[in-house]
Design a protein around this ligand. Structure first.
Ligand code: ADP
Length: 597
């Protein structure tokens, strides 16, 4: 990205604050004129005092002169302080507002992106977060630097340069000549540093990502006593980062010294030239201080040039990926506009193959029909592709090839939000948001009454347990156990009351009693709805009217429990394995003993 492109992208964000920008600019202009006053006053003072010394009546006129000078300087300082306050305040206000808008814009945008955006390797949560954070902070710093630091300094420099030229053409020329030299050196410095900066960005992303992984997997780390391995892995990143930081500083300081040297040469030239003019009688003695002060006003902002380059480069590097995220039009979730009055729930999958964004082929030429108002179970070993089918049916991903039809209409034509409003999805592990239990259940239906929330909780067999808590429905949902959280998710679905339900191992995290209770309430909600269950629980599979067996991304068997069991194929194998893992013989013996007693 070039600087011009960057500004074009940032411009729309500054539009709502154009008034604020005008005020800031106006204050900048006033401030830049006020900044030159000291130079003029000093020249006037030196010249007048020198005149007075020559005329031999220094004291009484001198006091009068000092009074005037003090009044002018004080007046100027008062104006300058007000201007600076206004300028800083408006500039800061602008920065805060724009930072807020950037943050909101990116959140609004990424929420509309498809699932593949979140699951792609380059957007792992730590990396995505760092990229967004770094983008926002470097862009807001750019806005801040531009309006609070750079603009006033440069306005100041231009006015000072004009004053220098008005005072004397040759002195002005020295002031002017130093600018391209400085620009050149600063650019060289920025070029040298850009590689380090890119590395720094990568190190930061990796470090954050690693830290998040570390916290997420702390139980495994501790149970395998891998603290030292993890610490040394982290140390490596940290050491590489430090090395990079040191190289950055070394280059930076070297260039700073060169620039300082160039500036001092400028000062020396101004002194020599002005002294020559004074001695040859073309200028008064006050001109020496006058020119040095003006030259200082010209070189002050240029001294900041490398910082500006740094900031702009930072903004270029970090904002590139920020805007890549913000403008990823191809990541927007596709949606049709079909919204039928009712959904029957007949699903047909025709010749569907699917590869995940990383290229992994999860489904191979799937053909199947799921009849409406029936309970279908997807059976297969882990990794067979069962959850992937659910993902495709919920339009979280689109098939790579082939088509999916719901009630005879291609899924692509459905309005995505409408479709999801009519599908209930309960996963093995459901997310519980920070907040109260009531809020978490109400997530299923915004605006649900308290009675509705309680009814849903009762159906999910969690009401009594909630009432046992000190603050009941107002308790923090995070405090609940895994199994209880699962029931909150099921209550959410009861509240949503959709015609189609996908259950992806909904009872896998529950204890036997909870699983039995949930099964009873799920059985109740299944009536008259299209339900697809992915489960390893024999009782849930056996209940299904239709069983689809998957193996390595393909459908290998399809039929009722009785049919499939007779076939002595994959289903038979899985079913007998499940049954023998339950140790049925011992279970039935125990139950029989119980009956005989
Ligand atoms: P199942 O539900 O039958 O256990 P899945 O549908 O979850 O299986 O996964 C099918 C295959 O796709 C597995 O090999 C799995 O590793 C892979 N897979 C699942 N999710 C992703 C993903 N987000 N990116 C890449 N591969 C994935």
């Amino acid at each position: 990205m070039t600087i011009a492109e960057l500004f074009k992208k940032v411009l729309p964000f500054t539009k709502p604050y154009s008034k604020l920008i005008y005020y800031t600019l106006l204050l900048t202009v006033v401030g830049s004129f006020a900044a030159q006053v000291n130079a003029f006053i000093l020249k006037y003072t030196v010249d007048r005092i020198s005149d007075l010394l020559i005329s031999g009546r220094p004291l009484e006129t001198g006091l009068y002169l000092l009074g005037i000078i003090t009044a002018v300087l004080l007046g100027k300082e008062i104006i300058y302080s007000i201007v600076q306050f206004g300028q800083k305040f408006y500039g800061e206000k602008l920065r805060i507002m724009i930072a807020r808008d950037f943050s909101q814009a990116i959140v609004d945008r990424i929420l509309t992106y498809r699932m593949a955006f979140y699951t792609s390797a380059s957007n792992e949560s730590g990396k995505l977060q760092t990229r967004i954070d770094a983008g926002i902070s470097s862009l807001t710093r750019l806005v801040q630097n531009f309006f609070i630091d750079i603009l006033p300094l440069f306005a100041n420099a231009i006015v000072a340069l004009v004053c220098m030229f008005l005072a004397n053409f040759y002195v002005g020329l020295i002031g002017l000549l130093i600018i391209p030299v400085y620009f050149y050196v600063s650019q060289l410095q920025a070029q040298r540093l850009s590689g380090f900066r890119r590395n720094m960005r990568r190190y930061r992303e990796n470090k954050n990502n690693q830290l998040i992984n570390l916290i997420d997997s702390i139980t495994v780390i501790k149970s395998f006593v891998r603290e030292r391995t993890e610490a040394s892995r982290h140390r490596q990143i940290q050491y590489d980062m430090t090395e990079n930081q040191m190289s950055t500083r070394r280059t930076s300081f070297l260039f700073d010294s060169v620039k300082n040297f160039i500036e001092q040469i400028g000062v020396v030239f101004v002194i020599i030239l002005t002294a020559y003019f004074v001695l040859s009688g073309n200028m008064s003695i006050g001109a020496i201080m006058f020119h040095i002060m003006l030259f200082n006003n010209v070189s002050a902002p240029i001294r900041q040039l490398h910082r500006i380059y740094d900031e702009v480069n930072d903004a270029l590097i970090y904002s590139e990926s920020f805007f890549d995220i913000l403008e990823a039009e191809d990541q927007r979730e596709p949606s049709g506009d079909y919204k039928p009055n009712t959904i029957q729930g007949k699903i047909e999958i025709r010749n569907v193959s699917f590869n995940y964004p990383n290229g992994h082929e999860a489904l191979k030429n799937i053909n199947l029909v799921i009849r409406p108002s029936e309970h279908t179970a997807l059976v297969g070993l882990s990794g067979a592709g069962k959850s992937t089918i659910i993902n495709l049916l919920d339009k979280l991903y689109e098939p790579t090839t082939g088509e999916i039809f719901l009630d005879g209409v291609n899924l692509q034509e459905y309005h995505t939000e409408f479709l999801r409003d009519h599908i209930g999805l309960v996963l093995q592990k459901n997310h519980i948001f920070k907040g109260t239990i009531a809020d978490n259940i109400r997530y299923g239906k915004t605006g649900a009454t308290d009675e509705e929330v309680i009814q849903a909780a009762q159906k999910a067999y969690i009401h009594e347990q909630i009432m046992d808590l000190e603050r009941g429905y107002e308790s923090e949902a995070h405090l609940l156990s895994g199994g209880q959280q699962q029931r909150i998710a099921i209550a959410r679905m009861f509240l949503k009351n959709p015609p189609i339900i996908f259950l992806d191992e909904p009872t896998a995290n529950l204890d036997a009693i909870a699983a039995e209770q949930i099964k009873a309430s799920l059985d109740a909600i299944k009536l008259g709805r299209t339900v697809i269950t992915v489960s390893h629980s024999i009782s849930q599979i056996i209940d299904a009217e239709h069983i689809i067996v998957m193996e390595k991304g393909q459908v290998v068997e399809d039929g009722t429990h009785e049919d499939l069991y007779q076939q002595h194929g994959t289903y038979h194998k899985i079913f007998t394995a499940m049954a023998s893992s339950l140790n049925l013989q011992k279970i039935s013996e125990s139950l029989k003993e119980n009956e005989n007693q």
